[in-house]
Design a protein around this ligand. Structure first.
Ligand code: PLP
Length: 290
């Protein structure tokens, strides 16, 4: 089913979704050969836009596709897509594939990237999830070794998320060589004593924009926050566990593999960090921070 949108952006044009067509020979369709971004819009402003555009640039560089738009051009595309939803909080989805070419693994020398974007109202996690937390299950990280690229090829992530859902959980916490990497579609923090801990950046995690903001907010408020490897043992004995993403923000995980995290309720550190995050967001909406 198509989302109920009046327009999407495709290759320089704004079109109704049912008129936006991509070739079956697009390498995004054939190989999953492309990258994407999801940018939240709060109070009509694109949240952490420079960070998202920098990550997009890094993803494109990693797959050797030229960024088809300047930052100014992207902003114009987003502004037009955002008009549709007025002042509501939204998320922008954008993806760039290597373009259309006869099927061959080697890069086509002259393909033109396909560029697609749309905006939709932001679906926040239900209030009950924030109040009670969500369940997660641990599972082997079966993905590749370039999880730092925001690649559209998300088959492993989809399988892992589905596995979590089928086990009655909201998210899969991925484990590689005894170390926690991230969620199927989120980064993970633990609270150990009075300290926040999250795995360091590298090839096995996506450098989450929300993750970085949580680290930044914690440090600005003198809350100890370490980026260091998290063992499965540290996860099992954590006082609190959270997931972070642009659309889920900072969500407590209160059960891991059927066992309660701490006392099974969202913890005081989550309450503190989430209040600071909301304060930051309010200041952003009011134009007081960039
Ligand atoms: N890790 C993965 C695998 C993701 O798919 C996402 C976002 O969807 C994140 C982390 C969180 O990144 P961000 O905070 O930039 O949304």
């Amino acid at each position: 089913m198509m989302p109920a949108l009046t327009q999407v952006y495709l290759d320089g044009k704004f079109l109704p979704p049912d008129q936006a067509k991509v070739s079956v020979f697009d390498r995004g369709f054939i190989f999953g050969d492309g990258v994407y971004e999801v940018i939240p819009v709060f109070g009509g402003r694109l949240f952490r836009l420079p960070h998202h555009l920098a990550r997009l640039e890094a993803s494109l560089a990693a797959i050797r596709v030229h960024n088809p738009h300047t930052a100014g051009e992207w902003k114009n595309v987003f502004a037009r897509l955002m008009e549709e939803h007025g002042t509501r909080d939204q998320s922008i989805y954008l993806q760039i594939t290597r373009g259309v070419a006869p099927r061959d693994h080697a890069f086509p020398p002259d393909a033109v990237p396909t560029v697609f974007a749309y905006a939709q109202p932001l679906k926040y996690p239900p209030a009950e999830q924030l109040a009670e937390g969500v369940a997660a299950v641990t599972t082997a990280d079966i993905r590749w070794q370039r999880c730092d690229i925001k690649a559209i090829a998300l088959l492993a992530n989809a399988l892992l998320r589905q596995q979590a859902i089928e086990q009655g959980a909201a998210e899969a916490i991925l484990v590689r060589d005894g170390l926690m990497t991230e969620g199927a579609a989120s980064n993970i923090f633990i609270v150990s004593g009075e300290r926040l801990v999250t795995p360091p950046k590298g090839p096995y995690i996506l450098p989450g924009i929300t993750r970085d903001l949580v680290v930044e907010i914690a440090r600005a408020n003198r809350i100890a926050c370490e980026e260091k490897p998290v063992t499965i043992e540290m996860l099992r004995t954590a006082n609190e566990v959270w997931l972070t993403s642009s659309t889920k923000e900072i969500l407590p995980i209160t059960r891991v593999d059927g066992r309660a995290v701490g006392n099974g309720k969202p913890g005081p550190m989550h309450a503190r960090l989430f209040a600071l995050y909301k304060e930051y967001k309010r200041a952003f909406i009011e134009g007081k921070v960039e």
